[in-house]
Design a binder for this molecule. Sequence first.
Ligand code: BGP
Length: 459
Amino acid sequence: MQYTFPEGFWWGSASSAAQSEGAANVGGKAPTIWDHWFETEPHRFHGQVGPANTSTFYERYREDIALMEQIGHNSFRTSISWARLLPDGHTVNQEAVDFYNKVIDELLAKGIKPFIGLFHFDMPMYWQEQGGWESRETVAAFAKYAELCFKLFGDRVACWMTFNEPVVVVEGGYLYDFHYPNQMDFKRAAQVAYHMMLAHSLAVKCYRALSLPGQIGIVLNLTPSYPRSSHPADLKASFIADLFFNRAFLDPAVKGVYPQELIDILREHDQMPVVQSGDGELLAAGKIDLLGINYYQPRRVKARMTAINPGTPFLPDWFFENYEMPGRKMNPYRGWEIYERGIYDILINLRDNYGNIPSYISENGMGVEGEHRFIGEDGQVKDDYRIDFIRGHLQWIHTAIAEGSNCRGYHLWTFIDNWSWMNAYKNRYGFISLDLDSQKRTVKKSGEWFADVSRNNGF
Ligand code: BGP
């Protein structure tokens, strides 16, 4: 069967500043929470490799953008480093302005639409020390930073993304200990989540006031929540997991309001964040033009069977347990489930319950541990598994579009194998492999395949 995508479909990949630029303390950049955390607890990072050790996009952006063109990209997402642009929190770093101008101009020169994120987990240490997302001051600071970016680069950026996966900042930093500042406290987590959505809304409001030519959105990792069975207790478990991990961000971003059911649960358990008068109008102003969807794997849940010990602090997990569904297909090289149809379910949910908001797949990808095992005699990674993975997801996207979904593009995570938070270089995801020592880039088999897909607008 021939799968042809709508004209103008965005083909590309995504990366982020902290994961690709390197130059951690070069060019006037100040430390982020990642630089700080690595300095204080390097053993928590795979292979003790920290954020200074990347694919050095800061120096090699030209070479990389040429490779993007070679493998058929017509669009690419990366992010701006807040700590590079405003190192002391307030003064603009001209070297950073020059760098991002060069990146954006180079992308445009190669016919690649720039999608630019403003926050991809990389809180500047300067703001973290003042409370980070727990502090309302950070909301205003973020909006100022966003406005500066819009004014500097907004004449050329096709689409802005305020945040990448805000729920991961909340889970990692304030619930489950995999991001700095490693707190485990639901009430603080709720405040952080709320402040990020206010910051998002304020940034959208600033963007609208400038009447620039592009669009603005947010990137959410939408994780469809599938119940073990149709028993009411399992259905309730999946409904609540969906509320906490998807709708707590999706509803304010698309509809401008929080789901009432979420507010009810938080009130009942005395976990409401501090809200100020006027916040409702601000959230209503944060409605997006375009939704970026990151999809890796679904969440399978069942009703909680084991009682929570009295005195256990409040967590979303009070309401459900993960369900290891027998027979589910797993990625043998990363331990995550592969469920291609999940991407269709997300798109159809957006069509039916979110006004068919324009969207695109901003990340989808297959992490592979020990990928050097698949290097052929010619030095190329023969990642047929990744081609199958991408093709499987694209088929479901195609079906969703045929059924009326407003999905406009597909970006793989990621362009070139990059540094990934605590996992560092453990899981490789790129279209292009990276030799960390020599910095040599080699297009993988999937990269060559993708070039054809993009040129044919399908497969
Ligand atoms: C997403 C993030 C990316 C990247 C990816 C892969 O959640 O947006 O920044 O980290 O996950 O993650 P990992 O390397 O942990 O498999």
